[in-house]
Design a protein around this ligand. Structure first.
Ligand code: SF4
Length: 656
């Protein structure tokens, strides 16, 4: 019997219309857990590195995490993996909501799509019955609207539907896959879904998931719930509001947006509105948010309720995704939060990433101001700020006029436009728009997280270690007092010694070695969450979460029956981390790509940054170019990866 997982994947060949239920190898679960880990293994094994993202040979893997569908709170993530059209590297965006648990209850751990359908289709998975259905009547329909239309068509109100909007159909590089209150938005995976001719995947499942030691597992889950309750009643003091609680990132619970509006530099990340937040704005924004927020909601099996149903007068209802209420308003320099809620509704229907898309639009208007784009490029564009953002969003998702160039994101658009446009696409890492947070002094930990991260989204960049030093010793002692999540006591001493100014402050403190240790811890939690399907908002993202390195092995063991301890879990993490890296190395990723934007921090330290990268690679067992060495891969039981990289001549110079 298989525990926690179903032991079956659904393989769908869209070219031939073939559907197969395939038993998986339990050994791979022991080696990689599930979710991201086994997605990466499939991508490595089955998609040659030469494959173009929109080729029919590229796979679109819709995976559930290993603990998804069990009673583990917040274990609901769907991990979607493919080659990204934006970065040309592996994309592994994730969504919360309800899709992955339903998929497991239908009897599948993953759906793996290959080939391409000649016509637009949707897939209907109803337990053992799986059909590919015509979706020509859904052409151009919104991603949110499509979910409801399919549920009605199937007469199955409990079906969970993941859909793309017009952006995905038109292969816009920021296209998302939308589902319930969540979306898999980063790296253009919605465009890959569109390229395969899939409008939506609907699933209904009524089967059970087996647990190896149910009583023990339930007790551990109850401890997690108790801790969540404790944390909700005891917010972390002396940190900004958004970091005090759990959730990801609680935006619909909170109305205090001082931090985001004054510190994030939207409008193509050049201007910080330092005195934006005042009493009047605070009152207005609070009223707007509370008027449109009809109900706070959670993803599957989570008590946090950090999302909400939004009803704006005259528009259809939708569920707010991470930060979209702010990102468009900030990019457009609009003071009215109502604009944020209105444009986020249209963007959700189009199915686009709410982080990159506003940046692309602000980039376009900057190019116009600089005379690089002309009036002819904006013929028909309304003069007012709000109107022009709506207008440009429409052009991008339809790939009309200048929108066609912009639909490929700022990196590729700048290359196509030329005339110095590259200087305005200054916010990218690995060809993808990053978080437009422009800070003063380089923080060595976050330098490494930004530079080396391969998920390329905000939740991977942040972690369980504080982002800034506490001002007083009293605050530091207070913080470490009940810090049960630390994998090693040495991290407490770093917090105690870390000063806002002087010798023990950024950028030289935490020291290079300490920074690498902290990054390894933070990354480890992200990789484990992404394999288990646990929401980062309850684990790798916030301070003092309910899941950590000490309870995860017990949860995994009792759910799956796999003997797991902290050392074993670290080994799985190292394996998954190096496998994702090897996939991307095979696609051309090298040290030169691991560069945060030049103006990400005002004060940069080139020598220190090189030292940090050297130390990080060494710690990982990678060579100076960020490539896993043969010895490291062999130690992780991945000789097949070493052989492949050797055959391709990629690791021949590792001794140097
Ligand atoms: S913390 Fe928020 S995003 Fe995470 S599972 Fe719970 S409701 Fe969903």
């Amino acid at each position: 019997m298989r525990y926690a997982e179903t032991g079956y994947n659904l393989e769908i060949d869209l070219t031939r219309g073939n559907i197969e239920r395939v038993e998986t190898d339990p050994k791979l679960t022991e080696l990689h857990l599930g979710g991201l880990g086994t997605n990466a293994k499939i991508l490595w094994d089955r998609v040659p590195p030469e494959t173009e993202p929109f080729s029919s040979d590229n796979l679109l893997i819709i995976g559930s995490g290993l603990l998804v569908g069990t009673p583990a709170p917040g274990a609901n993530r769907t991990i979607v993996s493919t080659y990204s059209p934006q970065t040309l590297l592996m994309g592994y965006s994730m969504m919360g909501g309800f899709f992955a648990p339903e998929l497991k209850y239908a009897g599948y751990d993953k759906v793996i799509f290959r080939g391409k359908s000649p016509n637009l289709v949707y897939v209907w998975i109803n337990n053992d019955k799986v059909e590919i259905r015509d979706a020509s009547h859904l052409h151009g329909k919104g991603a949110v609207e499509t979910q409801e239309l399919i549920r009605r068509e199937l007469k199955e109100p409990n079906a969970q539907v993941a859909a793309i909007g017009l952006a995905g159909e038109n292969r816009v590089y920021t296209a998302s896959i939308e589902q319930g209150r969540s979306s898999a938005s980063r790296l253009g995976i919605g465009a890959v879904m569109g390229s395969k001719g899939i409008k939506a995947i609907a699933v209904r499942g009524t089967k059970d998931i087996n647990l190896a030691r149910p009583a023990e597992f339930l007790e551990l889950c109850n401890d997690v719930l108790k801790y969540i309750k404790f944390r909700n009643e005891n917010p972390v003091p002396n940190v900004m509001t958004i970091l005090q609680g759990l959730g990801s990132p609680q935006e619909m619970l909170h109305t205090d947006e001082k931090w985001h509006t004054e510190n994030f530099m939207w409008g193509n990340a050049r201007t910080r509105r330092k005195d934006f937040w005042n009493k009047e704005i605070e009152k207005k924004w609070k009223e707007t948010q509370e008027t449109v927020r009809t109900r706070l909601i959670s993803c599957y099996n989570c008590p946090i309720k950090c999302g909400a149903i939004i009803s704006v007068a005259g528009l259809s209802t939708y569920m707010m995704k991470c930060f979209s209420k702010l990102t468009y308003a900030m990019a457009a320099f609009v003071d009215d939060l109502d604009f944020g809620f209105r444009i986020a509704q249209r963007a959700s229907e189009y199915g686009v990433d709410g982080f990159s898309t506003p940046q692309i639009m602000a980039f376009a208007f900057e190019l116009k101001e600089a005379g690089i784009l002309t009036d002819a490029d904006f013929a028909g564009c309304p003069p007012d700020n709000e109107g022009r953002f709506f207008w440009l969003l429409d052009r991008i998702v339809r790939r009309e006029g200048i929108g066609d160039v912009l639909a490929n994101g700022t990196h590729w658009a700048a290359q196509a436009i030329g005339k110095g446009a590259e200087a305005y696409a200054h916010n990218n890492i690995k060809k993808h728009e990053q978080l437009p947070l422009k800070l003063g002094m380089l923080n060595p930990v976050y330098f490494l997280m930004y530079a080396t991260g391969e998920k390329i989204n905000i939740t991977q960049i942040e972690g369980q270690f504080p982002q800034a030093p506490f001002m007083t010793m009293e605050e530091r002692e207070g913080f470490i007092k009940d810090w049960i999540q630390v994998p090693d006591e040495k991290f407490k001493q770093i917090v105690l010694d870390w000063e806002p100014r002087g010798e023990r402050s950024n950028p030289y403190y935490p020291t290079v070695d300490m920074s690498v240790d902290i990054v390894d811890w933070q990354e480890k939690m992200h990789y484990i969450d992404d394999a288990l399907g646990v929401c980062a908002g309850l684990s790798s993202f916030p301070l003092k979460p309910p899941y950590h390195m000490h309870n995860y092995p017990k949860l995994i063991s009792s759910a799956t029956g796999i003997g797991m301890d902290e050392a074993g879990l670290t080994q799985v993490y190292n394996r998954n981390r190096s496998l994702v890296r090897a996939i991307n190395v095979r696609r051309g990723l090298r040290r030169a790509d691991e560069k945060p934007p030049e103006d990400h921090w005002k004060k940069r330290f080139p020598e220190l940054e090189e030292n940090l990268l050297d130390a990080y690679y060494k710690f990982k067992g990678w060579n100076k170019d960020g490539i896993p060495t043969k010895e490291t891969l062999q130690k992780l039981g991945m000789d097949y990866v070493a052989e492949d990289l050797e055959q391709r001549g990629i690791i021949k110079n590792e001794q140097n």
